[in-house]
Design a protein around this ligand. Structure first.
Ligand SMILES: *Cc1c(COP(=O)(O)O)cnc(C)c1O
Length: 404
């Protein structure tokens, strides 16, 4: 039991800083997103979720639900093994073909999550390519950072979204060493989008591979939901595109796409792919249905864009400061962990509005924020109620207004 003192000492330090994490216990209700039941004693029974990564509400789309149910009935629950030992199901193979097609690549490879796909792919590439150097954007996601670290390859961090800095850093490296430029399209905390054409150009100039995380863009951007690389017509110039099935596609799992040889290489050498049970076939079937739907349907994306624009315009009208960005993510900056938590608590308890405070280490200290993600299923009335609540709180708490 004396070990517990070691744990609580560090937890107490977190609490003191205001960075201790408290999870909201919710019960999602199928057919009623973004409404959920709250199990928090101090909150109303029904709350509106404003921070979900189920960006388009596909987690309750009838066709996706039906695919999952039917596949549970036909295949049962689990995959029954790793991909190599009895776990490869027809539905995994079909999903991989769907993903390869989504990004216009020869092949795709599934993982149990987006985190695992980044971790496994980058650690395998970095460790198995002799003298490999990985050039990582300064704001890359933890899953990429951990994958690169685990690879023990040489790592160079370039300034966030700065192709000139990348160019200088690439130019200083030996011409014959394999180089990987790792970056994201939509950065989920600031909602900014990378200058992809410039980055690709610089990478090509130096003969470097490009490794692109499109986790916050797949399903949402491009006319088939192929992400920013599709929208910009750059997918065929990116070596590897990585994504998740857990955000806009409303299911679970991660993947990479690229050339047949690249995917075969990761399939054959990545520990994080080989030694773990395959996704349940029902999850694969549901994800495949969701992707296929969003390849042709534009209504979810259009309606989401409308609601995002509406919330932004209303915040502007009330002088509530939010980061200006070209994506679907609306960060309202609070810049103090204790205030951020307090505002989120009041919104939840007094207004039934759920937005998780985003604190360190997810974002740097001093940049704490509330991060809103309007979906096509948030009504105009939901937006009105949110803005009304924020306006009252801004007055009560005397948080800086921007000049409207
Ligand atoms: C969420 C996230 C991941 C991980 O995806 P999961 O499927 O949730 O594991 C990877 N990259 C970025 C940028 C993310 O935000």
């Amino acid at each position: 039991m004396e070990f517990d003192a070691l744990f609580t000492a560090q937890l107490d330090a977190l609490k003191e800083e205001g960075n201790y994490r408290i999870f909201a216990e919710l019960e999602r209700r199928c057919g009623q997103f973004p409404t959920a039941r709250s199990h928090d004693d101090e909150a109303p029974d029904e709350v509106t979720v404003w921070c979900s990564n189920d960006y388009l509400g596909m987690g309750q789309h009838p066709a996706v639900i039906q695919a999952m149910k039917e596949t549970v009935d036909s295949c049962g629950t689990g995959a029954g093994g790793t991909r190599n030992i009895s776990g490869t199901n027809y539905h995994h193979v079909r999903l991989e073909a769907e993903l390869a097609d989504l990004h216009g690549k020869e092949a795709a490879l599934l993982f149990t999550s987006g985190y695992v796909s980044n971790w496994a792919a980058l650690s395998t590439l970095g460790s198995r390519l002799p003298d490999c150097v990985i050039l990582s954007d300064a704001l890359n996601h933890a899953s990429m950072i951990e994958g690169i670290r685990h690879s023990r390859a040489r790592k160079i961090i370039w300034k966030h979204n700065d192709p000139e800095d990348l160019d200088r850093k690439l130019a200083a490296l030996p011409a014959n060493a394999p180089k990987i430029v790792a970056f994201e399209s939509v950065y989920s905390m600031d909602g900014d989008i990378c200058p992809m054409a410039e980055i690709v150009e610089v990478a090509e100039k130096h003969g470097a591979m490009t490794y692109l995380d499109e986790v916050h863009a797949v399903g949402l951007y491009g006319s088939r939901g192929g992400g920013i690389s599709e929208r910009e017509g750059l997918a065929d110039r990116i070596t590897l595109i990585e994504g998740t099935l857990g955000k806009a596609f409303g299911c679970m799992g991660g993947y990479i796409t690229g050339s047949r040889a690249l995917c075969d290489f990761i399939r054959s050498f990545a520990s994080g792919f080989i030694f773990t049970t395959a996704l349940p076939p029902a999850v694969a079937a549901a994800a495949q249905t969701s992707i296929a739907h969003l390849k042709t349907s534009q209504v979810e994306r259009m309606r989401q864009r409308r609601q995002v624009a509406r919330l932004r315009a209303m915040l502007d009208a009330r002088g509530i400061p939010h980061l200006d960005n070209p994506s679907h993510i609306i960060p309202v900056m609070i810049k103090d962990p204790v205030k951020c938590r307090m505002l989120a608590d009041i919104l939840m308890r007094e207004y039934g509005i759920y937005v998780q405070p985003i604190n360190y280490p997810t974002v740097p200290k001093g940049t704490e924020r509330l991060r809103f993600t309007p979906s096509p299923l948030h009504s105009d009335a939901d937006i009105d109620r949110l803005v009304e609540a924020l306006t009252v709180l801004w007055k009560q708490c005397a948080i800086a207004h921007q000049v409207a």
